[in-house]
Design a protein around this ligand. Structure first.
Ligand SMILES: *Cc1c(COP(=O)(O)O)cnc(C)c1O
Length: 376
């Protein structure tokens, strides 16, 4: 491939020396679980996101699971309670809900943002609805006045899936006055999976919140459910953040805005170049900071997506599909098979993600755009 979809070695190349030094520091320290590396990471992330607390955990799915489990442990939600969630998301958002014994209620997407359609949320609220999980998919903030209003009116918790949106800024202030993804609702879940905008060298994640009780409960649940040594108040898990990953992330987190700005420049090059009768480029909002371009997702209409993918591959352009099968159509969710989400289902057949990671230059993006234009 002349234009690989993503080359993770390229993402880490600028940080190689600092990361190696940080790894050596952890190895020499003799402290391999928790400790100072994690404390530093948590303080930095909380400050960056604008929440009182950040709790480092094992990965993004666990961050979401721990939030949901914590609400159950605290008696704020009960098994069988419903959580509204976008149908167009990565399955992890929904797994976290069902894992806690809660019922995911998937709501269809807005075709232009590809995020949850805020105008459909209220109709999905029932007497058992306790929360809305908003997912800032592909890096675009999914938060507006309507969501805030519904959350307040029906007294719903708002959980943010920020796996793809570190550093994204909303144009509407959050429930507690925050502006960054992860500070808009009651709790935010981050993933530092290696392919994310800020990726670890393995799995890592975090929970952000202003709610002290939630932070304490998440921390306890992630450490066997113990509030102090050999004292278990919950039947918990081992979902702790690896300090080596905390150290890796402390090298990269300070560069989040630069990394995101580079992604935006590539996105702009695509949007300026691509002119194709069957290709719809993603919405470019006036508010440039409300999207951190985790993915640049085009839609290929008239049933030509798979053909476009293949022809791009022939010309040396790697692409990917996020996501080819929506969660409610996955074999594990028999219970959701009756749900009809026409926009989500259409998107699954049309979306195509173009290279936008560190290995792709602005020039590459313009060239890939021209290759797309030349495919008749
Ligand atoms: C990656 C991702 C997750 C899960 O994060 P992991 O760290 O891979 O467990 C959850 N939700 C979304 C939207 C994601 O993209």
């Amino acid at each position: 491939m002349r234009y690989p979809f993503l080359d993770l070695k390229e993402s880490n190349k600028p940080y190689m020396d600092e990361m190696s030094a940080a790894a050596a520091r952890v190895i020499r320290s003799g402290r391999y679980i928790g400790g100072e590396e994690n404390d530093t990471f948590e303080k930095y992330l909380a400050n960056m996101v604008g929440t009182k607390y950040a709790v480092g955990v094992s990965n993004g799915l666990d961050a979401l699971r721990l939030i949901m489990r914590a609400y159950v442990a605290l008696g704020i939600m009960y098994p069988g309670d419903e959580v509204i969630v976008p149908g167009n998301t990565y399955i992890a958002s929904i797994l976290a809900i069902s894992d806690a014994g809660l019922v995911p209620v998937p709501v269809d997407a807005d075709i232009s943002t590809m995020n949850i359609d805020p105008s459909l949320i209220e109709a999905a609220v029932t007497a058992r609805t306790r929360a809305v999980m908003t997912v800032h998919l592909y890096g675009r903030v999914s938060w507006d006045e309507r969501m805030a209003e519904i959350a307040r009116r029906y007294n719903l918790k708002v959980i943010e899936d920020c796996a793809q949106s570190i550093g994204a800024r909303a144009s509407v202030i959050g429930l507690n006055g925050g502006v960054y993804a992860g500070s808009l609702g009651d709790a935010g879940a981050f993933s530092f999976y290696p392919t994310k905008n800020i990726g670890a060298v393995g799995d890592a994640g975090a929970v952000t919140t202003d709610d002290e009780q939630l932070a304490t409960t998440v921390r306890a649940l992630a450490n066997y459910g113990s509030d102090r040594r050999y004292h278990n108040i919950y039947c918990g898990y081992n979902c702790r953040l690896d300090p080596i990953q905390a150290a890796m992330l402390m090298v990269k987190l300070p560069h989040t805005s630069d990394e995101n700005a580079d992604r935006f420049a590539r996105a702009l090059a695509y949007s300026r170049t691509i002119r194709h009768p069957q290709v719809i480029t993603p919405l470019l909002s006036a508010q440039v900071t409300d999207n951190v371009w985790h993915q640049y997702v085009i839609r290929v209409t008239d049933g030509r997506r798979d053909e476009m993918m293949e022809r791009l591959a022939q010309r040396g352009v790697g692409t990917d599909i996020h996501y080819a099968v929506p969660p409610h159509k996955q074999p594990c969710y028999e219970s959701l098979r009756h749900v009809s989400l026409p926009v989500t289902e259409l998107l699954a057949s049309e979306v195509l993600s173009l290279p936008i990671g560190a290995g792709t230059s602005v020039k590459d993006a313009a060239e890939i755009g021209e290759i797309i234009n030349s495919i008749k």
